[in-house]
Design a protein around this ligand. Sequence first.
Ligand SMILES: Nc1ncnc2c1ncn2[C@@H]1O[C@H](COP(=O)(O)OP(=O)(O)OP(=O)(O)O)[C@@H](O)[C@H]1O
Length: 432
Amino acid sequence: MTNLTPREIVSELDRFIIGQRDAKRAVAVALRNRWRRKQLGDDLRDEVYPKNILMIGPTGVGKTEISRRLAKLARAPFLKVEATKFTEVGYVGRDVDSIIRDLVDAAMIETRQRMRDEVKARAYKAAEERVIEALAGKDARDQTREMFRQKLKRGELDSTVIELEIQDSTMPMGMFPGGNGMEMQMQGLHDLFKAFGGRSTRKKMTVAESYDILIGQEADKLLDDEAVKSAALEAVQENGIVFLDEIDKICARSDARGADVSREGVQRDLLPLIEGTTVSTKYGPVKTDHILFIASGAFHIAKPSDLLPELQGRLPIRVELQPLNEDDFVRILTETDNALTRQYSALMATEDVAVTFTEDGIAALARIAADVNRSVENIGARRLYTIMERVFEELSFTAPDRSGETVTVDARFVETNVGQLARSADISRYVL
Ligand SMILES: Nc1ncnc2c1ncn2[C@@H]1O[C@H](COP(=O)(O)OP(=O)(O)OP(=O)(O)O)[C@@H](O)[C@H]1O
């Protein structure tokens, strides 16, 4: 939960997203409303429901990015899901409740990671004790232990090999950054192992290598699983954000049948989630009343008014996002904290190649992106990714041989690398 004001939230979002003022303001107010709700007395607090948002705008203009950044800012559990996923062939009421279950899974990983970080200092101390025990033996005198401790601190024993009892369920701290399916599976396995007490083996490793593993193991011992679970469930219920993409694709049109039946079915299934219901998950029941839903779609063909009236009522805040033009691309390339120009320069710097961008180089990149969006298909800012990748293709490959060089990305450099490709719509369709 953050206590930032709407103005502060918008200015945080401004660091990453160019333009789209209305959408930023809408999400900022939604977030602030959560804080306001928390300040209310018990009786009123339960009555205040989130005002869900409908974002209308073409692809690649920042709808997801705004929502994701907002969630990050608020440290809120976040899930993006395509509404069309539930209309796929074979749809027999595919479980929309899985949205909430996936959100809880994501929250469990994040919460565990955060709580692990909180106990990290204590875990580090405990890990150090175990290393000392492995070095000095179980019955070593205090004086001997202290001597090893000093040596450890000076890094003198980093490459000494020790033998340790390792629980198989233990994984290094770095393995839970939160997010993708693979990690979720790992998490499931991890829980399983933990439940059965894990299997321990003796392993040889250097002191330096042992720390990550031992800290992970000790942190797990300090973590109370029940506390992690209840914190994660509370985070979902009070702060969860679900981004429902492609909501326009589940609108039924009046002139068709068949697939449209299932589309309308999905809307009906989604309704209770958005209106507030209780979903059972493997960690316990979750009330969805205060989860914020941000629905999004291009609405090129269907209109918001084609959604079920009940669903329209549950998405009362409508914001339009604007298509991005050449000027926006220049700003995206130069003003954002995570600008692609910064990313490429930093990546090349790791090879000791200094990359700088000139103003006309940036202008050329933006112009080509806008041209290709016009002539082929408008995919918004995503076009910058494909253009940049092409521009840097040669340099990326040869960088290790060019250590110590300086490369200036100016209009000529851009022209040489993508100019020709960009002028042919047929070729750009495949490569840009
Ligand atoms: N206004 C913007 N400012 C800066 N970067 C942007 C902006 N719009 C899009 N981007 C970048 O383009 C990429 C795609 O944007 P995003 O995922 O937000 O698209 P979207 O509008 O949600 O489209 P879709 O509905 O197809 O998912 C992201 O990496 C994002 O950083």
